[in-house]
Design a protein around this ligand. Structure first.
Ligand code: ATP
Length: 662
């Protein structure tokens, strides 16, 4: 597994605490103090360093060239001072041809050129290391996101997740590519400059270094605030992105309800909030930068005043004073560089903590093992149902079912799989985001292998919830769900999801071709198998009329296909997957009679030889079911054949009379 389970819960709690710092300080005085502590920062930084380990050689080479160019920079004031003194001396002596000043200039030029070349490689290696590391972090984060359970996605905003993948990862990248080595460089420069200051004049040096404490205090004070504000800005941007994403996802509804201005206004408001917070942050940064500059200038003035007196007394040469001033400026710039880099580093640490928050989160329901994502294509890591030859495929040690050879099926897919029983025993369940409202209350439902059961009940009775539990998107709080006699909690989710196929009322298609959509989840299926599944699900009936056939693009979310066509594609996808249990979740309820009949034909094919749960409102759909389970008040109130239930004056008959469309 990707995450270490032993440390995860504590880390998770820790990051949950980190998250609290996001809250608006003004709104919640109790949360005014940032909860991120030093230890957490150190932990995040050491994790980033660990992640950068594979790039250590690039980083070391970069650090060596950086040290070299810093040494050159430190030599410049000394050389400059010497050149000034030699020039003054030459003028006094009326000896304009003394070559030593010129020679010094040439040496300086040579060293600077080498330093420039070294600088080129430093920046290149540093950037390479940063990009590689952050690409790895992004991949890890994406795997972390994909590994999360339904509970997580129920409670998170998509925009927030996306912003962690994009802007937070960018911030981390800039920390690795610029901040870390920049910080190191400035440290070397400030130590070197301070040493040179004391070497030149101790009394003057004491004046110069007097600026360090105020800079350090400022940096500490401002750094903390900036880090927290930056986190808030990122969150506000994430919610703005979320709003835009929601509107774009439902763009047809937005247009149909003429809600463009409402959506635009909401987005404006969110962007304005983020903008205002960003400006506050910038003000703080500007205040910090200008204060630093002022302190620096004051120090230079003091040095010039006191240094001038020393030159007059003959205690210092003019060249020494010039060199000293340059070292002072260098030190000031390096120290203020350290402080602003520290601020940026803190921003990156905050961003990294948001990234690690997801990576560390242990989903309540174990995720498929996606460790092999490094250097692998997604196709290789998605679960497969079989291979071209129909042999048994092992993934993560789990034996997958053999796929029937659809191409030799002569109208019906060859069923190598054995239908499985489904049992819900005393199942009680509430959604994690609404723990207080129990949807299922001790529900019992037994379906034998190969049986076709229609699940009926009023709206919100929990029919779809049952299908979610069957694919282990959630675990029940009480009771057990078993397939083939095995409890779902003892099975890997990918094993369960291979055994249960679902066709929902409004299937979501990927914006690619019909063929790719059918193949989704069965990447190793042959073209013949895909075509055969398309034929069995009556997809070819419409696809062959398109100029591009199965290669026709379906548009975003499948919008270029009709509802019935989308469902047939979903049925074909399910047939290709060849699971022993299938669930049709109100698969025909949104269709007109003609489309329904076509989809029904496809469903009938897909049902054969399988255990089937039909979640249906339509009488025509449930009439064919061998058995009907009626859901009421979180339980199966009645179960029996259509005729038996209609004869009884019970829940089913009442439901038929009240709700069902004939
Ligand atoms: N992800 C979720 N988080 C929280 N509550 C949910 C979630 N999904 C469904 N619910 C709630 O659970 C209850 C049962 O929903 P479910 O979708 O199972 O009903 P249903 O019987 O399929 O209804 P319908 O026939 O209208 O589709 C509803 O009250 C619904 O609001």
């Amino acid at each position: 597994m990707l995450r270490s389970s032993s440390t995860a819960p504590s880390t998770k709690q820790k990051y949950e605490r980190v998250d609290n710092t996001n809250d608006d300080e003004e709104e919640e005085p109790s949360k005014k103090k940032p909860i991120i502590n030093k230890a957490q920062n150190m932990e995040t930084m050491s994790r980033l360093l660990k992640m950068a380990q594979p790039e250590r050689y690039l980083m070391i080479m970069s650090a060596v060239t950086m040290t070299f160019s810093s040494a050159v920079s430190l030599a410049v004031p000394k050389f400059s001072g010497r050149i000034i003194d030699i020039s003054i001396h030459q003028k006094d002596e009326q000896d304009d041809d003394d070559p030593s000043a010129f020679r010094l200039l040439m040496i300086l030029l040579g060293i600077m050129t080498i330093s420039g070349v070294a600088g080129f490689f430093r920046i290149l290696w540093q950037a390479q290391a940063g990009h590689r590391m952050v690409a790895r972090l992004r991949r890890k984060l994406y795997v972390g996101i994909l590994s999360q359970d339904a509970e997580y996605f129920d409670s998170m905003k998509q925009g927030d997740i996306i912003s962690r993948l994009s802007s937070d990862a960018d911030l981390v990248q800039s920390a690795v590519t610029d901040q870390v080595l920049g910080l190191l460089r400035n440290m070397v420069m400030s130590i070197g400059a301070v040493a040179m200051l004391f070497h030149t004049s101790i009394s003057l040096a004491l004046i110069s270094v007097a600026i360090l404490p105020p800079i350090a205090i400022c940096a500490r004070f401002v750094g903390r605030r900036m880090r927290d504000r930056q986190k808030r800005v990122r969150e506000l941007h994430a919610s703005a992105t979320s709003l835009a994403e929601q509107a774009l996802t439902c763009i047809r509804t937005v247009q149909q309800f003429v809600a463009e201005s409402h959506e635009a206004q909401q987005y404006h408001q969110a962007v304005n909030e983020a903008h205002a917070e960003g400006i506050n942050n910038a003000k703080l940064r500007a205040l910090f930068g200008s204060t630093m500059q002022l302190i620096l200038n004051l120090a230079v003035l003091c040095v010039l005043g006191y240094g001038g007196v020393q030159v007059q007394k003959g205690e210092l040469t003019p060249g020494d004073l010039a060199g000293f001033v340059m070292y002072s400026v260098m030190m000031g710039a390096a120290v203020s560089g350290i402080s602003s880099q520290y601020i940026d580093l803190m921003k990156a640490v905050a961003a990294a903590s948001r990234v690690f928050e997801i990576i560390d989160r242990e989903p309540a329901i174990p995720s498929p093992n996606l460790d092999i994502v490094e250097n692998e294509t997604l196709e290789n890591i998605l679960p497969t149902t079989g291979n071209k030859d129909g042999i048994i495929v092992k993934q993560d040690g789990i034996e997958m079912m053999e796929r029937g050879d659809l191409s030799k099926s002569h109208g019906q897919p060859k069923r190598d799989m054995v239908p499985m029983s489904v049992d819900f025993k005393d199942v009680s369940f509430a959604y994690p985001t609404r723990k207080e409202s129990l949807i299922l209350k001790g529900l019992n439902l037994s379906i034998s292998p190969g049986q076709v059961v229609a699940l009926v009940g009023g709206s919100g009775a929990g029919k779809s919830t049952i299908t979610s539990l069957l694919t282990r998107l959630y675990d029940p709080q009480d009771g057990s769900v078993t397939i083939g006699g095995q409890s779902l909690t003892e099975m890997e989710p990918q094993e369960i999801r291979q055994k249960v196929g679902i066709v929902v009322q409004e299937p979501l298609l990927f914006p690619t071709t019909i063929e790719d959509n059918i193949r989704y989840g069965s990447p190793h299926a042959t073209n013949e198998e895909v075509r055969e599944a398309a034929r069995l699900a009556y997809v070819l009936e419409f696809a062959d009329k398109f100029p591009d056939g199965l290669q026709t693009l379906v548009g975003p979310r499948g919008t270029q296909l009709s509802g019935g066509q989308k469902q047939r594609v979903a049925v074909a996808r399910c047939i290709l997957k060849n699971p022993p249990i299938v669930v049709f979740d109100e698969a025909t309820s949104a269709l007109d009679a003609v489309s329904e009949a076509e989809v029904q034909k496809a469903i009938d094919i897909a049902c054969q030889g399988r255990t089937v749960i039909l979640v249906a409102h339509r009488l025509s759909t449930i009439r064919n079911a061998g058995s009907i389970a009626v859901l009421r008040d979180g339980e199966v109130a009645e179960m029996g054949s259509f005729d038996t239930l209609m004869k009884t004056d019970g829940a089913f008959r009442q439901l038929m009379e009240k709700q069902l469309v004939q």
